[in-house]
Design a protein around this ligand. Structure first.
Ligand code: FAD
Ligand code: DLZ
Length: 508
């Protein structure tokens, strides 16, 4: 009677019920496989980080007395997909039962369902015990109509009693302190450096390269920074709460060439691998608030990201897949410019956002949404390509969270399922929120002519070409009124400038 239990690379939840007791009849299986390294070209640090964290997790299970089969990327027995490895593993262990946790990605869930069914063994799928909503509950909340995030979030706050007054009203009288979270960062208070680790993953990197895995970005293998275990992730969380959370809200929407990370948490890699539980992250913030170390606006702003956005996008993903991955409501079909892969562009904001993404496997939310995402939206880039880029380049990128954020929030390819309007911005937005425009080759004040910032003419071109769809949207009324107030020559020159830029995006 042997049961094989699969643990995927983003299921490193040490507190899962499975691991509470040791059972000699259970073998935990972890596999480094090409089906996962190759479904998209990943950032080198993402592959390194996932493998290194998986290896540590496997070792920890073994130390705790569990039986573990760990298949390395270079293992000659490895058939390089979960499904292809199962039959010989079943035979090797004489397995009579298979178990797995729910996979977070639709593609993998389908593949594992099929593989388990094909085995003809009794099998079971259990919760990964990670999210604040079980998947079925999350999907149910999206069944009739996808609610706006704000209402979804309020319901969870009420359900879990988070930041509420005794009478059930929101703490401080408001559900949302977003309006206080839009400041540009003037350089003060100083942005604390993240507590990067210095793991030497040189030997693992050699194994990955020898196996032929193709990646992008800097491996930084000799001084790998991301946390690789629950203990390291907890220390990172404590560092965030002590040093960055107090200013998180105020500068949440800021962008700066002087700091790639500002006051952001940097917790998404640890959270998405399930080394940390979202509730413990929320509790750490709430406790700091109760101790008087963090103000309400910062606490609420942070809690909203985890309790609100993170759970919300996952619910949309599971309610709308597989169709969601094919949506292209704006009919966008241009290729992404080549400089998305090398940051070689004269636009300072894009150069910085892409450059740091290649270096760190990280850009913060406003860079993803209002810099790289905004450009791709305005230029009408194919959402399939945009998705692949986002799914590859960030260490925290897994389809359940990447897809709704990219195709939905950032590219409006879902036609408004996730958000009521596209997140489009001209150079005025970038200049308001960042310090990039000052030193840029392009002039943020110009719509056309030599050195006119491409974001300006592309912004108006986007709104002009999608006028039918957006002109009656009350949240865009002001933009369309401004467009109408411009004289006809100005409008024509702006659109002509955009056409020139669109004809050769690679040259920008
Ligand atoms: P912080 O800004 O410090 O926020 C704290 C935490 O809140 C994050 O760790 C994350 O868990 C959660 N969070 C915040 N915003 C979101 C959001 N919109 N959706 C889900 N969770 C959120 N996040 C991913 O985890 N993986 C992705 O692949 C991913 N792709 C994105 C693609 C685009 C186009 C956009 C606009 C956003 C994407 N996000 C993604 C959301 C967000 O940008 C990242 O979660 C965040 O930048 C991670 O850095 P942090 O931990 O410093 O976040
Ligand atoms: C992203 C990733 C990579 C690059 N490699 C592996 C791997 O070799 N083995 C593994 O179990 N998981 C890996 N992952 C994470 C999976 O892609 C992830 O578990 C699924 O997408 C489900 O979310």
């Amino acid at each position: 009677m042997t049961c094989l239990r699969l643990v995927l690379g983003d299921q490193l939840n040490a507190r899962h019920g499975w691991f509470r007791s040791v059972d000699g009849n259970v073998v935990y299986v972890l596999m480094e496989v090409r089906s996962e390294t190759d479904y998209v070209r990943h950032h080198a640090q993402k592959v390194l980080g996932i493998f290194a964290a998986m290896r540590r997790f496997g070792d920890a299970l073994e130390k705790a007395g569990h039986r573990v089969e760990y298949l390395r990327i270079g293992d000659a027995r490895n058939r390089h997909s979960f499904a292809a490895n199962l039959p010989w593993l079943i035979e090797r262990y004489g397995a009579t039962r298979l178990e797995r946790m729910e996979a977070d990605e639709w593609r993998v869930e389908q593949a594992l369902d099929e593989a388990f069914a094909a085995s003809a063994l009794p099998h079971a799928t259990v919760s990964a015990e990670h999210f604040l909503l079980e998947r079925a509950d999350a999907v149910k909340r999206m069944e009739k109509k996808v609610p706006r995030m704000e209402f979804f979030y309020r319901e969870l706050r009420r359900r879990d009693g988070i930041l509420l007054e005794p009478d059930g009203s929101p703490r401080g009288g408001r559900w949302n302190y977003d309006a206080e979270n839009r400041e540009k960062w003037p350089g003060d208070p100083p942005a604390p450096a993240w507590p990067w680790h210095r793991h030497d993953l040189g030997a693992l990197w050699e194994e990955i390269v020898a196996a032929g895995v193709q990646t992008m970005g800097e491996p930084s293998a000799e001084a790998f920074g991301w946390p690789l275990s629950r203990r390291e992730a907890q220390a990172w969380l404590r560092d965030f709460v002590a040093h960055r959370l107090p200013h998180f809200g105020r500068f949440q929407d800021a962008i700066s060439g002087a700091s790639p990370t500002l006051f952001h948490a940097g917790l998404s890699f640890a959270l998405n691998l399930k080394m940390l539980h979202p509730r413990e992250v929320i509790d750490a913030a709430l406790e700091a608030f109760e101790r008087g170390e963090v103000e309400l606006a910062a606490t609420e702003g942070f809690v909203r990201q985890i309790l609100g956005w993170r759970e919300y996008v996952r619910a949309i993903y599971w309610a709308r897949m597989p169709g969601y991955a094919t949506l292209n409501a704006l009919g966008a079909e241009r290729p992404l410019p080549r400089w998305y892969w090398d940051a070689d562009t004269k636009m300072a904001c894009l150069r910085a956002a892409i450059g740091q993404s290649l270096e760190l496997g990280y850009a913060h939310h406003i860079q993803r949404l209002m810099v790289t995402g905004n450009f791709a939206l305005l230029a009408g880039c194919d959402p399939d390509e945009v998705d692949r880029w986002y799914l590859g380049i960030y260490v925290d990128a897994f389809e359940w969270v990447e897809l709704p954020n990219t195709r939905g929030m950032s590219q409006f390819a879902d036609g408004g399922v996730l958000g009521s309007k596209p997140y489009s911005g001209s150079a005025a937005y970038v200049n308001r929120q960042s310090d990039h425009c000052k030193g840029c080759h392009y002039r943020h004040t110009l719509r056309h002519g030599e050195r006119a910032c491409p974001l300006n003419s592309l912004y108006w071109h986007f709104h002009a070409r999608h006028r039918e769809r957006f002109a009656r949207n009350p949240r865009l009324a002001m933009a369309y009124r401004s467009w109408e107030r411009m004289d006809a020559d100005e409008r024509a020159a702006t659109l002509a400038q955009a056409e020139t830029y669109l004809a050769d995006l690679d040259a920008l």
